[in-house]
Design a protein around this ligand. Sequence first.
Ligand SMILES: Nc1nc2c(ncn2[C@@H]2O[C@H](COP(=O)(O)OP(=O)(O)OP(=O)(O)O)[C@@H](O)[C@H]2O)c(=O)[nH]1
Length: 304
Amino acid sequence: MSDVSTPEFRAGFACFVGRPNVGKSTLMNALVGTKVAITSSKPQTTRRVIRGIVHRPDSQLVIVDTPGLHRPRTLLGERLDSLVLSTLTEVDLIGFCVPANEPIGKGDRFIAEKISAVKKTPLVAVVTKCDLASRQQIAEQLLAVSSLANFEEIVPVSAESGEQLDVLVDLLTARLPESPPLYAGGELTDEPEQVLVAELIREAALEGVRDELPHSIAVVVEEMGPREGRDDLLDIYAHMFVERPSQKAIVIGPGGARLKDVGTRARRQIEALLGTRVYLDLRVKVAKEWQRDPKQLRRLGFYD
Ligand SMILES: Nc1nc2c(ncn2[C@@H]2O[C@H](COP(=O)(O)OP(=O)(O)OP(=O)(O)O)[C@@H](O)[C@H]2O)c(=O)[nH]1
């Protein structure tokens, strides 16, 4: 018999955690090569678990992007945290992200403690945004990170320049279990299109509004389907929820100018994502204190 052995295929789930704004979404987007999560300069914009898949000839790495793990303040916060923790126990490995250009703080330690408690799941630390730090800063950060938890590897990367991303994928895939592919080749996300569409609208709505608004906007796609008798046009009916009438006024803008602008930008993004022409009907509604109301949370897709 010949001694030719076929290398085993590896496939599994990885999850990146870290406090808000450390670059998790940007990193995931850079790894999968297509934008599937929403990035923003404002913290805590990623509210849903969104997956991207890195396809390689011998492996498939399914990345679960999580919202920033943080101490709960509202019911919404608590639910996000339980979402994060249940994600952590379901993955094959956890990537802990810390930016190279900021000192390690309480938030990082808090999350390091949480993931250390998830027994049996290998931990890999990722030092992000290395393009923003000097060599010495990076070296010091690698050392500082090593004392936070029992990491199997600590990798400095830059999602911006692409530096070391291939090394990171190698290290991650090496830790995946032997398994046949989990998703059909070429498929990049298993997130329902409606969720992605809602996220794109939300991202457009957040652009340029005041800093206090991000936590108060939610978007629900009520209906989405091809226009009757047309296969080149998709009708989308979406509701944007804010907490207070005053916020509604801000979102709509004088004479509806801002809302129109948000609609146009969101529509362009959706058209690019889905590759079809889109008619977007976007309405703003006030859902008072929705962050604290379990019924509203369920309606908006945050389940117990
Ligand atoms: N220069 C540089 N900037 C980066 C890099 N990665 C992320 N950023 C920036 O850092 C900010 C936050 O990045 P995100 O990817 O949204 O961070 P996140 O950790 O997903 O944030 P949350 O969704 O709030 O949890 C954005 O303005 C990014 O453009 C990087 O490698 N280099």
